[in-house]
Design a protein around this ligand. Structure first.
Ligand code: ZN
Length: 294
């Protein structure tokens, strides 16, 4: 058995799906993952959210706050930011910064560590006619390098660093490589490669933001699970993004997306994020959906 998964229980159950067989850690077999992405400082009402899993941003996280999270009796994971607009993934200094954040997150003994922005920069959320704006141009670190190979190596280094102390996932840019060649060549996020190295993935299926219908959510989870052969936990939006847009996502739409998101082979669903739910008075919608399923 994969030692990384042995941190939980030894029994595993194959998750079967036409053309897809995946060994799930046992901890995921009993219940659907009902997850919320949270900031450690905006937690009003989280205890009544119906969630059984939280993904907590590492910024501002400390022992005291972690202690409060532990009292919630939910599965706790930590999200760390990898590479931003000024951090080329091929720059050893940027990489070391990420490794330091992972080391720090490991001290809290989370169930999972989630790597955010694990890609060369590019504003994929603002995709227009299949073109990604603000892409990272060749710099002194990445010039002449295969970007997907750079991230593949870093993913392996991260797995060695974590060394089975928790599971490691990454947030996936929610496009298919056949639809968007830039995904591999420019962002370097080749799901076939890195998705097989990490333990699990969370595609950022902010459907409205990328102009896709709700059905794209389940379609994409199936595509990604087939590519990675690993568990997939989709993350979906609760309000219109970016922030300057008027919120046009209704309860009916959130419900439709939720139902698409939890279809097999999905592990469950994660909402992005609690701060948005508080801001738009939508925490009740999340609670209603989470308590409607087991
Ligand atoms: Zn570069």
């Amino acid at each position: 058995m994969n030692p990384r998964l042995a941190v939980y229980e030894t029994a595993t159950l194959p998750l079967s799906y036409p053309g897809f067989v995946c060994i799930l850690p046992n901890c995921y077999n009993k219940f659907m993952v009902k997850s919320i992405f949270v900031s450690p400082t905006k937690l009003t009402g989280i205890e009544d959210s119906g969630a059984n899993h939280l993904i907590i941003v590492d910024i501002g996280l400390n022992e005291k706050i972690w202690g409060r999270f532990k009292k919630l009796k939910m599965d706790l994971s930590i999200s760390v930011n990898a590479f931003g607009p000024d951090g080329c993934p091929a720059n050893p200094e940027a990489k070391q910064k990420l490794f330091n954040k992972i080391q720090k997150a490991l001290e809290f003994k989370p169930k999972e560590i989630w790597i955010d922005h694990f890609r060369f920069d590019g504003h994929w959320e603002a995709i227009k006619r299949d073109k990604i704006p603000e892409i990272h141009l060749d710099c002194r670190w990445c010039q002449g390098k295969n970007r997907a190979a750079v991230l593949e190596n870093t993913a392996r280094e991260i797995m060695s660093l974590v060394a089975g102390r928790c599971l490691t996932g990454y947030f996936a840019v929610p496009f298919k490589s056949e639809d968007l060649p830039e995904l591999n060549a420019i962002l370097g996020q080749k799901h076939d490669l890195i998705g097989k190295i990490f333990d699990l993935s969370s595609p950022m299926l902010y459907h409205q933001m990328i102009n896709k219908p709700p059905i794209y959510v389940s379609d994409y989870v199936e595509w990604l699970a087939n590519r990675t052969q690993k568990p997939v936990l989709p993350i979906v939006q609760i309000k219109s993004m970016p922030d300057d847009l008027e919120d046009t996502i209704t309860e009916k739409e959130v419900t439709t997306v939720f139902k698409e998101a939890i279809k097999k082979p999905s592990l469950g669903v994660s909402f992005f994020y609690w701060t948005h739910a508080l801001e738009k008075n939508k925490t009740g919608i999340i609670k209603k959906l989470f308590t409607s399923v087991h």
